[in-house]
Design a protein around this ligand. Structure first.
Ligand SMILES: NC(=O)c1ccc[n+]([C@@H]2O[C@H](COP(=O)([O-])OP(=O)(O)OC[C@H]3O[C@@H](n4cnc5c(N)ncnc54)[C@H](OP(=O)(O)O)[C@@H]3O)[C@@H](O)[C@H]2O)c1
Length: 247
């Protein structure tokens, strides 16, 4: 299950995991964009299945794994319940990726000027929702010996002017992950900084600036696949430190 998978890092991770043969449950608020992303992810699943079967030549149609799109807002308890129902229907849950996030106010205000309502909204999406979704999924995750991957940021640990609201929320998510790892010792709990990526959220942080020098989200997928498939110990990771060494 990957939240916020209609674009950016979430969609790139979904494509990467589909190629690995994972069944996927994905969400985002914009249903049309989520449907389009689900099509892309399904195509990746079929391509992955064909590659695993030695290519499409000489065989019948290749069926990829399932991709279930559940549109909604992670801050909405009814939507989180719909995600749980989708996971229960699937019968097991191996991995929850809490990727959906918000920058909060843009342009980024100094803490001196941060509107408290917008700060509260950023904490709802970036902290409360992933914790609440994890709570719901824990029984399935425990049953599968599964893993939780919370997507955080260097802004959680560095003091960048203007990043106080977003950074404080990501810092809270990091410490919640840290404690969850201590409490849920049969699971893996990872909290990971993907690094700067060329996405809508990054553009919002730098309005009007050319961000074309930032790497595409697909560039960090091998790092996250390594974390997941090698089942590395619970803890904080940076994608830049996980990128598999060149052969
Ligand atoms: N890009 C970077 O440089 C960077 C750096 C460090 C960390 N990160 C983190 O990486 C993660 C992904 O960011 P991104 O850059 O890929 O952002 P993005 O391109 O803006 O994508 C965000 C995704 O989350 C969904 N989303 C946002 N709010 C949601 C909500 N309330 N409920 C459900 N889905 C929601 C969006 O779809 P809808 O809008 O349709 O809901 C979209 O699919 C975030 O946690 C972000 O903080 C990004």
């Amino acid at each position: 299950m990957i939240t916020g998978a209609s674009r950016g890092l979430g969609r790139a991770l979904a494509v990467g995991l589909a190629r690995e043969g994972y069944d996927l449950i994905i969400d985002a608020r914009d249903a049309a964009a989520l449907d389009a992303a689900a099509g892309t992810v399904r195509a990746a699943a079929v391509a992955g299945a064909a590659a695993a079967a030695g290519g499409p030549a000489g065989g019948g149609p290749v069926v990829g794994n399932t991709v279930t799109a559940v549109p909604g807002d992670v801050t909405d308890p009814a939507h989180r319940a719909a995600l749980l129902a989708a996971a229960e229907a699937a019968g097991r849950l191996d991995l929850l990726v809490n990727n959906a996030g918000t920058l909060g106010a843009s342009p980024l205000p100094a803490l001196a000027d941060y509107p408290p309502d917008q700060l509260r909204a950023a904490f709802e999406v970036n902290v409360i929702a992933p914790i609440a979704l994890t709570q719901l999924m824990l029984p399935l995750l425990r049953a599968a010996g599964g893993a939780v991957l919370n997507i955080t940021s260097d802004a959680a640990v560095e003091a960048y002017a203007g990043w106080g609201g977003y950074g404080a929320a990501k810092a809270a998510l990091e410490q919640a992950s840290n404690v969850l790892a201590a409490e849920e010792v049969t699971l893996r709990v990872w909290w990971a900084d993907p690094g700067d990526l060329r996405t809508d959220m990054h553009q919002l942080a730098f309005p009007g600036e050319d961000i074309s020098d930032r790497p595409e989200p697909e560039s960090v997928v091998p790092a996250f696949l390594r974390l997941i498939t090698e089942r590395l110990p619970s803890g904080r990771y940076r994608a830049a430190h996980l990128t598999p060494a060149a052969p």
